[in-house]
Design a protein around this ligand. Sequence first.
Ligand SMILES: Nc1nc2c(c(=O)[nH]1)N=C([C@H](O)[C@H](O)COP(=O)(O)OP(=O)(O)OP(=O)(O)O)CN2
Ligand SMILES: [Zn+2]
Length: 123
Amino acid sequence: MFEIEIDRSFSAAHQLRGYNGDCCKLHGHNYKITVTVRSSELDEIGIALDFKKLKAELDALLAEYDHSNLSELADFQAVNPTSENLARTIYRKISEKMNSGTIRVHRVRVGESDHSAVTYFED
Ligand SMILES: Nc1nc2c(c(=O)[nH]1)N=C([C@H](O)[C@H](O)COP(=O)(O)OP(=O)(O)OP(=O)(O)O)CN2
Ligand SMILES: [Zn+2]
């Protein structure tokens, strides 16, 4: 089994509804997103999944979030834009784009800072 991993980043504002503390006020983060994909197969030149393809799909998805107020986006009306909900939302969206017979998104890590991160995966 191979694990293919890429990192991307974006900047966004948010405020956590119902949070008992200063995170209920509008503030921002430089988010770091790590997506890990698993594959047991290689193509004829020894590539399981081209980094470029995975980056392009993730960048297209993150473009909606970059320099936005996450709290105003449709993805985060029913749920708060916490790192947990961001990780699960990105996991589901990137899985829809990438999963195939041999490729499976394994986990998505959302880092709000160098010191705080959440990883989401499904069994
Ligand atoms: N499990 C979670 N806890 C918190 C989340 C979250 O998404 N999941 N989010 C927040 C706020 O977004 C807050 O802005 C981040 O909190 P924190 O990492 O503590 O930020 P600080 O800048 O205050 O961190 P320091 O490392 O102390 O500077 C809160 N909790
Ligand atoms: Zn925050």
